[in-house]
Ligand binder design. Sequence first.
Ligand code: E4P
Length: 216
Amino acid sequence: MKFFIDTGNLTQIKEANDLGILDGVTTNPSLMAQVGVKGEEAIAAHYKAICELVEGDISAEVLSTDFATMVEEGKKLAAIHKNIVVKVPMIKDGIKAIKWFTDNGIRTNCTLVFSAGQAILAAKAGATYVSPFIGRIDDSSWDGMELIGQIRHIYDVQGFQTQILAASIRNALHIVKAAEAGADVCTCPLDSILGLLKHPLTDIGLAKFLEDAKKM
Ligand code: E4P
């Protein structure tokens, strides 16, 4: 399973990248707004900075919702760097745009996916990635991880090549469960990635080893 970080924060991206386990980055308009990036030029410069920091796929989301404007926006985003993946919302015009991008050699990430039906449409349109939002499904009393398993099954049975990108990850257990369910990628906040490191027995064991090392 590939590890992406889900943020627009360059310091956090660098920290995750320095671990040596980062395969890419996802952003969305909310995450970009959080780091204060405003205006077309600043947004493009920010994506470029991320691409220069991390060797891997970087999702950049279109801000429009009609086919023609999404295509124009996506072309501009894809021109920023070869690793940009155009992120497109799961709406009717979004599916049309994903198909257009697929036919024109531009890779896509179909975002805001909450059902297996939506994941089938994304794959049919040729999306490179499909992003089911685990945490937000859990928030509404459904089981987000069940959806990952269902999409995995459908894609395997049907031979769809679209990669399943588990998104809206809230904790380290989500990452473990996404791996178990067969996600191809997990995009996570830095805290959830670092949460994978934690185990009290590791801390106790290391303290004892360091204590005993003094007697060596
Ligand atoms: C996906 O790529 C989205 O950016 C993200 O995972 C959404 O997560 P949230 O539900 O924590 O906002």
